[in-house]
Design a protein around this ligand. Structure first.
Ligand code: TXA
Ligand code: MG
Length: 325
């Protein structure tokens, strides 16, 4: 079984050493746990894809300790600079043209000319990135296509001994992935709704974000298909559970024996923080279907509903009912 280590100077130094040696380290961020490897080392990055069962065409986010380190890896136009100044460190990812001089493994960007960059604010993540001294490629630390991990135990459940170390920073504060912004000819594009609400980004830019172009979505390969899927089927917009269903409530809810509530008071931040852990818990109950109450679309609701729609989307036939542990 993989070693789960509490955060300390020693565990951070050990984890940083493992990253530099080309090993896999799962670490907490303010959004979800990441499965990290040295982004300069193609063999290390390949290990991430193997461990997750992730398709190679789906690029990874590169994590760095500060804005200066990010500026060595990509080209920031005026909007990108403003967003980096305004939201880093924090749960925002910027997809910018990649600098060849950066030496990032091609696998990291799945051959694209761009790179997704993020400077997390979580203390343990920052300490690890600082100590590692190399850019760290890290997708969410879950089996590809499945529910993201917001606790160290989730990572251990998914990967068993396949990662070299898990840093345990407790539950993730936001609980939902970073907001991803790309830059098209017509301006900034919202590639993935996430922990920074759209309105905050638009306020800083003084402009609306453009929706990604669905006809030619190569910039966002991982963002269309079924994703965030528990083993159970998902039924959305449920007002109450049907017999045998597990029930995920939001706000004032009918009583049910097999239910959890994302936020009894109807708070979207609390709901985001609970989303993946509650999906995992209800899935573990063995119910065939998880019925989920409607979530308002405003603020963090856009990101929550994005995840729920993908969790409910038709799944590749080979994954239905498979046992990924
Ligand atoms: O909050 C987060 O962003 C977490 C933590 C660990 O940082 N990471 C995360 O990574 O959610 P992942 O791999 O689960 O999702 C990253 C998304 C994928 O959908 C991928 O396709 C997209 O970012 N992406 C990465 N590089 C890209 C690029 N160059 N162009 C467009 N999309 C990119
Ligand atoms: Mg993910």
């Amino acid at each position: 079984m993989t070693r789960i280590a509490a955060i300390s100077d020693e565990s951070i130094a050990k984890a940083a050493g493992l990253i530099r040696k080309g090993r896999l380290v799962a670490f907490p961020t303010e959004t979800v746990y990441g499965l990290g490897a040295n982004a300069l080392d193609g063999r290390a990055v390949a290990r991430i894809f193997e461990a997750k069962g992730r398709p190679r065409f789906n690029p990874l986010i590169v994590h760095v300790a500060n804005v200066a380190a990010a500026a060595r890896l990509g080209v920031f136009n005026e909007d990108a600079q403003a967003l980096a100044q305004g939201f880093w460190p924090g749960p925002l990812t910027l997809v910018v043209p990649r600098l060849a001089s950066a030496g990032l493994s091609d696998l990291t960007s799945a051959g694209l000319p761009t790179v997704a960059l993020r400077v997390p604010v979580n203390d343990a993540a920052r300490a690890l990135l600082q100590a590692a001294g190399v850019p760290v490629a890290a997708p969410s630390a879950n089996i590809s296509g499945r529910v993201s991990a917001t606790a160290a135990a989730h990572v251990a459940d998914d990967f068993g001994g396949k990662v070299d170390m898990i840093l345990d920073g407790g539950p993730c504060a936001s609980g939902i992935e970073s907001t991803i912004i790309g830059f098209g000819e017509a301006g900034p594009v919202l590639l993935r709704a996430g922990a920074v609400p759209r309105a905050a980004v638009e306020e800083l830019l003084g402009n609306w974000l453009i929706a990604p172009d669905k006809r030619q979505n190569p910039q966002a390969p991982g963002m269309l298909a079924s994703h965030y899927a528990p083993k159970a089927r998902i039924r959305l917009s449920a007002t109450e559970p049907r017999p045998g269903e597990a029930f995920l409530a939001f706000g004032k809810a009918p009583a049910s024996s097999d239910s959890l509530n994302l936020s009894p008071s109807g708070d979207l931040r609390e709901a985001a923080a609970n989303l993946f852990a509650h999906l995992r818990t209800l899935d573990a109950s063995g119910a065939e279907t998880i019925a989920i109450m409607p979530i308002p679309e405003d603020g963090l609701g856009e990101a929550i509903n994005d995840r729920l729609r993908r969790a409910a989307a038709p799944r590749p036939a080979d994954r239905i009912g498979d046992d990924h542990e």
